[in-house]
Design a protein around this ligand. Sequence first.
Ligand code: ADP
Ligand code: ZN
Length: 734
Amino acid sequence: DSLSSLFGDLPEAPKPGRSVPVLVPMPAPGPYSYGVPAGMAVEPGSVVQVPLGPRQVIGVVWDGVSDGVDPKKLRPMTKVFDCPPLTKEMRSFIDWVAAYTLSPPGLVARMALRAPTAFDPEPMVEGVQIGQGQPERLTPARHRVMELASEGFAWTKSGLAHAAGVSTSVVDGLLKSGALETVFMAPPPVVARPDPDFSEGRLDGLQVDAAEELREAVRDGFSVTLIDGVTGSGKTEVYFEAIAEALKNGKQVLILLPEIALTASFLERFQDRFGAKPAEWHSDLSPKMREKVWRQVTTGEIRVVAGARSALFLPFEELGLIVVDEEHDPAYKQEDRVFYNARDMAVVRGRIGGFPVALVSATPSVESQVNARSGRYNLIHMPTRFGDAALPDLHLIDMRRHPPERGGFLSPVLLRGMKKTLEKGEQSLLFLNRRGYAPLTLCRVCGHRFQCPQCSSWLVEHRFKGQIQCHQCGYSEPTPHACPECGTLDHLAACGPGVERIAEEVERHFPEARTIVLSSDMAGGVRRLRLELEAIAKGEADIVVGTQLVAKGHNFPLMSLVGIVDADLGLANGDPRAAERTFQLLAQVTGRAGRSGLKSHGLIQTYQPAHPVMQAIASGDRDAFYDREIMERERALLPPFGRLASLIVSADSRADAETHARGLRAAAPAVSGVAVLGPAEAPLALVRGRHRFRLLVHGQRTSDMQGFLRAMLVNGPKVRGSVHVQVDIDPQSF
Ligand code: ADP
Ligand code: ZN
């Protein structure tokens, strides 16, 4: 099938000596050959340092034999690091991802090596252990320290003092008398070892069977299981049991989460079950922590990682289970350099490694639904919430019949609901997926619209910051008072709402309520967001106004009302995946309410109450929605029934981009069942001053898309000047 045909059997590993292929972190088509100096021992997977032009770069010794160049003419590698080699499994995975995404393998390998100084062993640290001498006086504090130290381990000074409940000066005193002595010890692990038996799993009813099924899968090698369960059904409890099973079998575990930086409560829950937190992996880690985690994952010291999509490329020593929580989430798609979907690549990694993958969601992607229905994936269905908790009662508010007051965006129906919730001492959440105050500013005299000078997008007003900003490139300027076109002063109008503007309206109606705005651009970054989320969970806010940040995984026990400010927002853009996304987002957000058993409501403001998405949400008839969506995809041969790829051609000039795109199109081979659409201006036609054109390639499910695209790229015009071509296999929007 596709896996083996893309990858095939690898040739024998090279004999050490002479010359070997080395993959360097560059956009080159394959490995380069390097000489192996006498006395240096390398094997495929070894992390090495090699000269490249005038620089020294990190590379990985690759499989296969190098290409017959006279070894004497080759530049020798300069260093081999004392670090576990990338496993065969990891190398196969990197090759597979490169072939599938049509990316240079070196760029994929670079994702596995994102810890620039972690390749050398961590330096030893100073610690203390029991010495030869005797303490002069054995005070109770000293006694406690000596008792711990006599167990025979080395401790860090502060760790020993902490464990004994004394100050470090007590340890210092014992060092001076020789009762303790200084040693060099391996640096302590970043997290303690999770213990599968630390506390008993809590399972109930359906969950018991679900967990048993998943445990069985963990024992059985590669499989994919879709856990499709409503929010609060106990999916997390269930996959914790699979994790326990994998740990008992001596395997490492990876949990992928879409917003890991904000899921402090998840880490605590994990700790309650396993007695230790998982190691975190995401872009907000300090560089030092990154290095430690990378190193300890490769040595096997870290057993469980909870991470963002990039954690998929960590070189685990013996990975045995991947859980992809919120598997439908668009955050799993990376759209930068190597375009990949971490959910799909997790399945590939499981297949190469021969271990199971669990996909988890309350609103699975259409792709995963289809795979579950056809039997390719195991399905675990959990249709009810745990305990007394009921799902919220959902109602559509027809905005044509219940319009907001002039200048406002909240219907009287929603405002009444909020008032009642406030009176009961419970929390409301208003959801609007738009940062800032207003998405568009225009001049009421001449109609001028404020647009980003380097992108085809409007400048969004951020009132707290006193700026208008481009959400594409980050360009900003102070909020203007005069129109640059007609010069009129103070006649600029903010059009449409962002979360800041909704919060303003809320404060007007409920001045006594404690209102919090949550969005990713808040001052104070992730730390501040974590604090705010904790405050909300503790009941320190009455009304929360937030973007999709608040939709993901949080548990707010007092939240009993969710209001969707503009349910139609995501439907307008003409993307065939819009219905699915909107459905998922609305189900996710309304699922924040009533998780602790409070009677709860969801009020959904829409101008299109008859739309199938709105009907599916209001009636709770999920299956009807999926049936219909699957049928439409099948009819149009859209994924997963057909295949798509997009080619984005960008350049400094519009003409260069368009000409190149036309040239690529002309180079498309004639293959029945594959069609090229476009070129047309990309949905974002201008980004950071670069003009963009898009070609869409649409094929049947069995078409060789990669082969087709490769032919276009090879036979098409040479990439020259500022032109850049980006391949996106399985694009998110199409
Ligand atoms: P999901 O992941 O499906 O949203 P969770 O696993 O987070 O569901 O469970 C929802 C809530 O119910 C959590 O607070 C969890 O602690 C609790 N819960 C689920 N199953 C049990 C159980 N068997 N015993 C006790 N509490 C449970
Ligand atoms: Zn811009």
